[in-house]
Design a protein around this ligand. Structure first.
Ligand code: AKG
Length: 234
């Protein structure tokens, strides 16, 4: 599925929108006043597009399993959505469970998406969330979610803003094996771009798009920046 990572980097006017202000207020009411922007993307499902968004938990995309994450995503469709054109589907209560095993869809390590092991939950219990354009639904980093295909006659676009508390180092080690094994084309392209100097742009953007952070958040940001720097030279 075509998706744009960090649309705000291409359309700066997105930095000051009612959606961003409201989404941050929702995130802070759920996570607390320290909540800060973590990630954003826009997902396009073209008209009559058969692809579903695989079931997954957003935390599975994190590359450093040695931190604990508390995050929420605010998902807003730009047109009315229901089950005919790809509204969100959730497994109720899954946000209270731990992270389950994921893999690359169709075992293809070049795919960016991740898919939760479907043997570990009962898909028939999914709850659909139809919405009007501009309404939103909120899920945590551990909420199992998916979205159906777009069988409608117009495209389905969703704009998603994710927020997090500064990640905390974990006492115990864990592994996200699925991230070690995959090599998505999009991430390879980003690595090339970093190598050609994009690393500097990325660090500047990170600081521009972030709110002031506490020492824990700065420690996490420094670790991620260092990792990007090391990857840049590989
Ligand atoms: O819009 C979609 O199809 C899925 C979005 C999603 O999975 C997410 O934002 O976490």
């Amino acid at each position: 599925l075509p998706q744009l990572l960090y649309p705000v980097n291409y359309a700066p006017e997105l930095r000051d929108t009612l959606f961003r202000r409201n989404a941050l207020a929702i995130a802070r009411s759920l996570l607390g006043p320290e909540a800060r922007p973590a990630f954003e993307h826009a997902v396009l499902k073209p008209a009559g597009h058969g692809a579903t968004t695989p079931w997954h938990q957003d935390e599975a995309h994190r590359f450093d399993p040695d931190f604990d994450y508390e995050q929420v995503s605010v998902w807003m469709p730009l047109q009315d959505v229901d089950q005919s054109n790809g509204c969100m589907l959730y497994m109720a209560g899954s946000h209270q469970e731990g992270l389950i095993r994921h893999k690359s869809p169709k075992d293809d390590p070049a795919v960016y998406a991740l898919e939760a092991d479907r043997a570990l939950f009962d898909e028939s219990q999914a709850v659909a969330c139809p919405l009007k354009a501009g309404e939103c639904v909120v899920h945590s980093g551990r909420t199992l979610h998916s979205a159906g295909p777009n069988r409608g006659e117009t495209e389905r676009i969703a704009y998603v803003l994710a927020f997090e508390l500064p990640p905390k180092p974990r006492g115990t080690h864990r592994e996200f094996r699925w991230n070690v094994e995959r090599h998505p084309a999009a991430l390879e392209r980003r690595r090339d771009w970093r190598r050609r100097g994009g690393f500097i742009v990325e660090v500047l953007r990170r600081f521009r798009n972030r709110l002031p952070s506490n020492p824990l958040g700065l420690w996490y940001d420094a670790r991620i920046a260092l990792r990007a720097w090391l990857r840049r030279s590989r």
